[in-house]
Design a protein around this ligand. Structure first.
Ligand SMILES: [Zn+2]
Length: 466
């Protein structure tokens, strides 16, 4: 990727941000699409532009419907078919009941070799068959323990773990811990269950899911909504996520995955319900937005997609170049049964080709977990920024590695970063693509700086001119 294109992308990013302000947050179509409020925002001097981390475009991979051992398509389809018999006619009994740990390891190893990161769901009580912190009926206790250990020790290095509510099919009564007797649309997590629920009620439900993951020692900073969960209670979903994750995991920056867009809408993360920015208890919740459909193997492992939908053979077209050229995070979405594809691994093969093509086309990407993207966007929205002559002062409520920003400073030299305890002279480098924390790079009159912002401490960046 050429240097010119890098800078151009920055401008596109700004245009995108302006578009976001005029539509999503202030009225019209966007207001219907997002009932959530963004909450407080600190002053940010217009002379400073926050760009992508290290000037690279984030990419990430969302895996839904995974859990330990159980193939959610096999166990879930009969539940969906009980409510919507016309819609779910798949011969679920033919699908294997197990997605083996050998596939988890194979997928995880390939992903690590290629630098891939993202989110991996662990449905805590898959399709009501059993709780992963107790017993799953079709596997031994040892098999379940080994499977949990694989996720805990191996997968969590590159993958955030999310619950996908409790069962991904019929809802659980959190008072009894058992599925409700009434197994109708109103009790299906994917459709009716969340409708009309308050933030407190959804927080109670999400906390039930989170505690199961906590019981088996899995880390967690976010949740994924199964199917249409929360889509008709978006405000309650966002606030409930904030409450539940702070309550169960003491998560600093909770996030959730609910929306994906494949058109012209912005797919930049949204920082919602920000409050207490100047206190010792700042809060917000981040909505992470996917940019593709599942064009890998489908949620049921029966509907293959194509590599070209993501990025064409000539590397010029497809959804990913479209989003990457905008400078917005390109977050792909898939389902675990579709990657495995009943042992044929068709979705996985498509994913491998997508990654190879992406890496052939771009050298300015950065793979990130969703929690890392959430932290970056929270800091981007909520860092207090002032500029006075040759000094910029920043204060982030959360702290953020690789925080990257630009400003106009012809003839700048000797850029120094000072906080209460330290004073460091940043290193000037030549190539924008080499930029890491503690360095800066010049492009004509523009300066791009990358540094790790500490949590709730003033940091001043100043320079000499010659
Ligand atoms: Zn799902």
């Amino acid at each position: 990727m050429s240097r010119e294109l890098l800078w151009t992308r920055r401008n596109v990013l700004q245009a995108g941000a302006a578009g976001l302000l005029s539509s999503a947050w202030t009225g019209g179509f966007g207001a219907n699409l997002f009932a959530q409020e963004r909450g407080d925002r600190p002053p940010q001097d217009e002379a400073v532009t926050i760009v992508n981390p290290r000037g690279r475009v984030p990419v990430s991979f969302i895996i839904d419907d995974s859990t330990c051992l159980a193939n959610l398509a096999h166990y879930g389809i009969p539940h969906f078919a009980a409510v919507y018999p016309e819609k779910y006619r798949q011969d679920w009994a033919k699908l294997p009941n197990t997605i083996p740990d050998s596939f988890v390891r194979k997928f995880g190893e390939w992903s690590r070799e290629h630098g891939v990161k993202g989110k991996y769901s662990i449905v805590p009580y898959p399709a009501c068959i059993g709780r992963i912190d107790q017993k799953l009926p079709d596997w031994s206790k040892k098999e379940l323990n080994d499977s949990l250990k694989l996720v805990r020790d191996f997968m969590t290095v590159d993958w955030d773990i999310h619950p996908e509510m409790v069962t991904h099919t019929f809802a659980i009564d959190t008072k009894t811990g058992k599925p409700f007797a009434d197994q109708t649309e109103d009790y299906l997590e994917n459709t009716g269950f969340s409708v009309g629920k308050s933030a407190d009620q959804l927080a109670d439900y999400m906390s039930f899911a989170l505690r199961i993951l906590k019981n088996v020692g899995l880390p967690c900073e976010g949740v994924t909504t199964p199917g249409g969960f929360g889509n008709r209670s978006r405000e309650a979903l966002s606030k409930g996520t904030l409450m539940a994750l702070r309550d169960v995991y003491k998560t600093e920056i909770p996030h959730y995955f609910r929306h994906l867009f494949t058109g012209n809408e912005s797919v930049a993360p949204r920082v919602e319900y920000a409050t207490g920015l100047d206190t010792d208890d700042p809060k917000c919740v981040v909505s992470i937005i996917g940019c593709t459909g599942d064009w890998f193997g489908g949620w049921d492992g029966l509907t293959p997609g194509t590599v070209d939908q993501f990025i064409t053979e000539d590397l010029d077209e497809g959804r990913l170049p479209e989003v990457i050229e905008r400078g917005e995070p390109a977050i792909m979405v898939c389902h675990w049964p579709g990657l495995y594809f009943n042992g044929d691994e068709i979705g996985f093969a498509i994913f491998q080709d997508v990654v190879r093509r992406l890496h052939r086309r771009y050298d300015d990407l950065i793979w990130m977990k969703l929690s890392e993207i959430a932290r970056y966007w929270a800091s981007k929205a909520l860092t207090h920024i002032t500029k006075k002559e040759e000094t910029i002062t920043l204060r982030s409520p959360f702290g953020c590695p690789d925080f990257t920003f630009e400003f106009n400073a012809p003839h700048a030299r000797d850029i120094t970063v000072k906080s209460e305890e330290t004073s460091i002279v940043l290193k000037e480098i030549d190539q924008p693509l080499d930029l890491v924390s503690g360095q800066w790079v010049r492009d004509d009159e523009e300066v791009r700086v990358c540094l790790d912002l500490p949590r709730r401490k003033d940091v001043s960046v100043s320079w000499a001119t010659s």
